[in-house]
Design a protein around this ligand. Sequence first.
Ligand SMILES: CC(=O)SCCNC(=O)CCNC(=O)[C@H](O)C(C)(C)COP(=O)(O)OP(=O)(O)OC[C@H]1O[C@@H](n2cnc3c(N)ncnc32)[C@H](O)[C@@H]1OP(=O)(O)O
Ligand SMILES: CC(=O)C(=O)O
Length: 540
Amino acid sequence: MAEESLQLYDTTLRDGSQREGMALTVDEKLAVARHLDALGVGFIEGGWPGAVPRDTEFFRRARTELRLRHAQLTAFGATRKAGAVVSADPQVRALLAAGTPVITLVAKSHTGHVERALRTTLAENLAMIGSTVRHLVHAGRRVFLDAEHYFDGHRLNREYALAVVRTAAEAGAEAVVLCDTNGGALPDQVRQTVADTIAATGVPVGIHCHDDTGCAVANTMAAVDAGATHVQGTAHGYGERCGNADLFTLIGNLALKQHRHVVEPAQLARLTATARAITELTGIPPRTAAPYAGASAFTHKAGLHASALRVDPGLYQHVDPDRVGNTMRALVSDMGGRSSVELKARELGYEVTAGSAEVARAAARIKDLESDGYSFESADASFELLLREELAGRVPEPPFQVDSWEVAVAGRPGEVRTEASVSLRVDGVPLTATGHGNGPVNALDRALHQALDPYFPQLARLELVDYRVRVLTGETGSGAATRVLVSYRDGERRWGTVGVDQNTVTASWHALLDAVRYALLDEVCAGRPAESPAPSLAPA
Ligand SMILES: CC(=O)SCCNC(=O)CCNC(=O)[C@H](O)C(C)(C)COP(=O)(O)OP(=O)(O)OC[C@H]1O[C@@H](n2cnc3c(N)ncnc32)[C@H](O)[C@@H]1OP(=O)(O)O
Ligand SMILES: CC(=O)C(=O)O
């Protein structure tokens, strides 16, 4: 396909913010805008000044705090009210006051909406569009017109929908963006309607799709195929109801499948990092299966896939993950075999081959342990400990031994106390320590730190960051097995371990021990500095 330039327009900060659960502060909006700018989008729609106070404030601060290198900041708002004088309309004045180089106006293109929602005449709606666009263009702004409900409107009254497009363009709108506002269109309808609109009017058109049929990206691609030259979307497809077209997926598709010039290759390589940074800012759990930028987009679980990937990653990947800044990952589980173990081991830095006896033993143990309830796909550290055992041909000497542990939970109205005690040995030296916490796992974690940190100073940086419990056989009630997954981090690294037992606290203890042992892999006891003898770790 010929290389062709498209306008890339992001509306995360406006339509994306219409998503349930999304409520960015002004600081967060500014930060999202900076990420999108670095990604190379052409336009960033910041919100609706004059209607949403936070958006008015965003544009006020953007004037001094936002230095965009690629994108043009865009303010969004409605045309003047029916019967109003455009220059006196407060919403239109607020749009100009936002001080952006670009303004996007929303207008009705569906006769039913004009008559029933706006409660005005079809002629007055056209006059509202014409006068508002002219007024803003005269004030020196670039103007886009979002034609609301365009696809339904075009089906109901094609001539009127086309009249909206012509009126906006004749008044000076740079492009008219055809909106599938209720998200109900399918790709064929979008393709035909876009083609018909361009053929009938000759006006440059854009596309803005919602995802209510799960087709927002497909509809956008269909519109581009039919000649749309301006593409709207949002980060992660955030947006009203089911969301908008996912801009990250669109960028991947347009750049890598159709070789269209949407962003530079170096910007494309920021796609995954941008997606993750925006997730951090919104706090909305990411869709791991999201194309291109999702954590699972290049993650392989099935053994047969892994066996082909060993030969050539291209055999099960439609593009090279490096192009979008993502990485290939392998998962080990009972659905994998020796190839999955080899891939995961290589990912972790081990030079092993699927044909070796060690790898075969590791693969067999994983299948057995998973049938007992273990799950290794989020527990790389437990996998690595298991792999090391197989490579060494024995259970390596642990850096510390456990003699016993104990947890006590006592309560009375308004107060619950949890205390954990551990008895360990390091280099044969017995240690006991006690930890208090807001629950058994927290108390055990603190007791382990209390006992071990003086001997292994690197453990002091260790932080328990996630804890998940799953009851594996709910129907057997309190006798059910539980699986516990814990995640630790020590600043740079993050790792997960798994424990399984009938007793939740025991399963947690095993997962905690694996996590601490993993932290001490390759470490020898730091020893006690001569000048500071081992502290007494007996409980007070
Ligand atoms: C398809 C889209 O997503 S467009 C973007 C939608 N985004 C938003 O609505 C977020 C910001 N909105 C708001 O803050 C408020 O809704 C406001 C300030 C715009 C209006 O608030 P209010 O005056 O209290 O009215 P309300 O929210 O009930 O909306 C009804 C008014 O909007 C008008 N309206 C509805 N659609 C449109 C439109 N496309 N263009 C202009 N006016 C419209 C109605 O005619 C009605 O006006 P009227 O009271 O003069 O008859
Ligand atoms: C303008 C817009 O957000 C829509 O029609 O969906």
